[in-house]
Design a protein around this ligand. Structure first.
Ligand code: PLP
Length: 476
C-alpha cells in the first residue's frame, strides 16, 4: 500500500483490519491447538483493558514511569514465589520466551567472559528437545550449541549424556520443563547435581510449564521438582503469555541471585544522547504486556488458575485417551501436562493435519529426527477444552479418509531432494524444489503435507537455508 493522501475514517480502518482476518484460523472458536492461550472472555477483557491503559507508557525509563517498575517487580516476584525462589531470586519481564532464553544465554556468556577469559568458543549443552530459541541465541551470540540426543522412548535427555558433553568450554546446561514438542520434563534434579559438581550455570526452560506445572503441584499432582527448589538450577524462563494466559509480549527471566543477573544488564553512556540502561533486549517498550500480565494474575488469583489447570488437565486426559483409542494413532512418551504429540505408523500424519485443516482445525506438524518419528503436536488450553469431543470425532473421520487416500510417495520425494542436492547450482536447485513443493512467490500454500514431506527429507542445515530463502521471498 501507499499511505493515503487523506486519512481514512476510524470505522473504515477497523473494518478493513477485521476483514484482513478472513483467512486466519478461528482461534476464538477453540479450533487452533497451539499459539493462542485463551482464558475466556471475562479475564481476556480485563487483560485487554489493562494492556490498553498502559499502551503508551514506556518501559525504557523507570524514573519517568515508576508505575511500570512497580508492575514489573510485582509480576516477577509473584512468578518467583510460584517457582519457589527465595528472597535472593530476581528477574525481569521480557517480550517472550525467546527473549528470556536469549538473555539467559547472554548472561552465561558474559559471566564466562568475565570469569573465564581463557574460553575462546563458549558452548551450551542442549537436549535435542530444547526449544529452537536456544539455537537462535547461540547464533546471535556466537555461542556453540552442543546437541545431546534424547531417549527416543521417553523423549527425556539422559543426565549422563549431558555430563559426557561437558568440556572446558561449557558455560551453560539446559533442560526443559516441559519440552514443547512432546511435553515431557527432563531429569532436572540429576542435571542440577551435575551443574553443581562442575560449577556450571543451569537454565530450566519452563516457558510453557512455569505457571501450569506450579498450579498442578498445588492441586496435588505428582510431579518431579523443576524449579528453584532444585539445587543447581540458576535461571528459569517462564512465559506469562502462554499458560499464564496474559496477552502476548510477556515472559519472565528469573535468576537465583543478583550476582548472576548483573551480566544481563547493559548500559551505555558513550553517545551524545540520553543515558541508556537496558536490563532486557528492548529499549523503548510499551507497558501494555506488563500491565496485562499484572491484571490477569490478580483477576484469576490462585483459585482461578487452579480451576483452569484442573479443567485443562481433565480435557488433556480425555484427548490423549481418545487419540490412543483411534486405530493408527499413538501418543508419544508420557506427557506431564497439557501438551503432547502423536505419531502414526499407518497413515501420513501431515495428510491428516491437512484433512483436519479443511474442517477448520489447526494441528501443528513436527518433523522426524534420526531417532524420533514425525508427529503432530497439540497444546490444550482453557479456550479449547470444550472442543475435545468434537476434535476426536473429526480425527476419527479424517484418519479413515487418509487411509483411503493415495499416500504421498516419500521415496519419490527423497529421490527428488537428493537429486536437487547434487545439482551444481544450489540456488537453482532450491528454487526448483520450492516450486515443486508449492513454496514459491508471495502466496501462502493451502496444503502442507507435500511441503512437510520435502522439508522432512532435507538435512537440517539445508532445510534451514531453504526456509530462509522462502521467507526472504514471502515478505516484501
Ligand atoms: C519450551 C519453550 N521455550 C521457549 C519458547 C519460545 O517462546 P516464544 O514463542 O514466546 O518466544 C516456546 C514457544 O513455544 C516453548 O514452547
Amino acid at each position: 500500500m501507499n499511505i493515503p493522501q487523506q486519512g481514512l475514517s476510524k470505522e473504515e480502518i477497523l473494518n478493513t483490519l477485521q476483514a484482513f482476518k478472513a483467512r486466519d484460523m478461528d482461534w476464538k472458536a477453540g479450533k487452533v491447538w497451539c499459539y493462542v492461550y485463551n482464558p475466556g472472555e471475562d479475564p481476556a477483557e480485563v487483560t485487554r483493558q489493562a494492556y490498553l491503559s498502559y499502551l503508551n507508557e514506556n518501559g525504557l525509563d523507570p524514573s519517568v514511569f515508576p508505575s511500570l517498575l512497580k508492575i514489573e517487580t510485582d509480576v516477577v516476584r509473584a512468578t518467583i514465589n510460584l517457582l519457589r525462589g527465595d528472597s535472593n531470586a530476581v528477574g525481569h519481564l521480557t517480550s517472550g520466551g525467546t527473549e528470556s532464553i536469549m538473555l539467559a544465554v547472554k548472561t552465561a556468556r558474559d559471566k564466562a567472559r568475565a570469569e573465564h577469559p581463557e574460553i575462546t568458543q563458549s558452548e551450551i549443552i542442549l537436549p535435542k528437545t530444547a526449544h529452537a530459541a536456544f539455537h537462535k541465541a547461540a547464533h546471535y551470540l556466537d555461542v556453540k550449541p552442543i546437541v545431546v540426543d534424547i531417549d527416543p522412548q521417553t523423549f527425556q535427555v539422559r543426565a549422563e549424556a549431558v555430563r559426557r558433553a561437558i568440556t572446558a568450554n561449557t558455560i551453560l546446561l539446559v533442560a526443559s520443563a516441559p519440552s514443547y514438542s512432546q511435553g515431557v520434563i527432563d531429569p532436572i534434579a540429576d542435571i542440577g547435581r551435575i551443574a553443581q559438581e562442575k560449577n556450571l550455570l543451569f537454565h530450566v526452560d519452563a516457558c510453557v510449564g512455569g505457571l501450569h506445572l506450579s498450579f498442578m503441584r498445588k492441586l496435588g499432582y505428582e510431579l518431579p521438582a523443576f524449579d528453584f527448589t532444585v539445587p543447581g538450577v540458576t535461571s528459569i524462563s517462564a512465559d506469562l503469555h502462554k499458560y499464564g494466559y496474559a496477552a502476548k509480549g510477556c515472559s519472565a527471566i528469573l535468576y537465583r541471585s543478583k550476582d548472576i543477573r548483573k551480566y544481563q544488564i547493559f548500559a551505555s553512556t558513550e553517545t551524545t544522547g540520553y543515558t541508556l540502561i537496558n536490563p532486557t533486549m528492548l529499549s523503548s517498550k510499551t507497558g501494555g504486556p506488563m500491565a496485562g500480565a499484572w491484571a490477569i494474575l490478580n483477576f484469576l488469583g490462585e483459585e482461578g488458575y487452579k480451576r483452569i489447570v484442573q479443567e485443562v488437565q481433565e480435557a488433556t486426559k480425555r484427548l490423549i485417551d481418545g487419540i490412543n483409542a483411534i486405530n493408527g494413532l499413538q501418543v508419544l512418551g508420557e506427557p506431564v501436562m497439557s501438551m503432547f504429540s502423536f505419531k502414526s505408523d499407518v497413515i501420513n500424519v501431515y495428510q491428516l493435519a491437512d484433512e483436519m485443516n479443511k474442517r477448520g482445525w489447526y494441528i501443528q506438524g513436527q518433523f522426524s529426527t534420526p531417532l524420533t518419528p514425525r508427529n503432530l503436536h497439540i497444546s490444550v488450553n482453557q479456550g479449547t477444552v470444550h472442543n475435545v469431543e468434537a476434535l476426536l470425532k473429526d480425527l476419527r473421520a479424517c484418519v479413515e479418509i487418509v487411509k483411503g487416500m493415495v499416500p504421498i510417495d516419500s521415496d519419490m520425494i527423497r529421490g527428488m531432494v537428493a537429486a536437487a542436492l547434487q545439482s551444481h547450482d544450489p540456488a537453482v536447485a532450491f528454487g526448483q524444489l520450492a516450486a515443486s513443493a508449492g513454496l514459491a512467490g508471495t502466496e501462502l500454500p493451502s496444503e502442507m503435507a507435500f511441503i512437510n514431506e520435502v522439508l522432512d527429507a532435507l538435512p537440517d542445515e539445508l532445510c534451514n537455508v531453504f526456509l530462509v530463502n522462502y521467507f526472504n521471498d514471502l515478505y516484501v
